[in-house]
Ligand binder design. Structure first.
Ligand SMILES: [Zn+2]
Length: 138
């Protein structure tokens, strides 16, 4: 039997990739991260080399994608309720790392340098349908 790999997701930071890896492995899927060591050594190269690739065996691809979808298709608040978009009422709200582009990474660095960035602002919930950032009270 020939084992071929499928890349089912890419992540900017290995911490994100490790969380997803753990979730998939809990479902019995073998996960192979690629370039995570390189990116841990120098996170700035992440975008240049296409991020950390999350690879699974081709035979697990469909199952792994389903699990990924179930993780990212909706976000829950601390009480386990679906987070609803305050703008359009959609439940299609996902947790985003706000450091997902060079521009926001730049702002993040500025925030650290000048102490203007609270660490709680590193993640936000965003509506997939209308792109509204949803304010979650905690
Ligand atoms: Zn919305």
């Amino acid at each position: 039997m020939q084992n071929t790999f499928s890349t089912i997701a890419r992540y900017t930071y290995s911490s994100e990739a490790e969380i997803i890896k753990g979730r998939l492995e809990a479902e019995g899927i073998k996960v192979f991260l690629k370039d995570n060591i390189t990116i841990d050594t120098d996170p700035l190269v992440s975008n240049a080399i296409g991020g950390i690739k999350l690879n699974v065996l081709a035979e697990d691809e469909a199952k792994a994608k389903d699990i990924l979808k179930s993780i990212s298709s909706y976000a829950l608040d601390d009480n386990g309720n679906t987070i609803i978009c305050s703008n359009c009422g959609s439940g299609n709200v996902s947790l985003y790392s706000t450091i997902n582009s060079f521009k926001s990474f730049f702002h993040f660095i500025i925030g650290i340098l000048f102490g203007t960035l609270p660490f709680s602002a590193r993640y936000e919930y965003k509506c997939e349908d209308c792109n509204t950032v949803v304010d979650v009270k905690d």
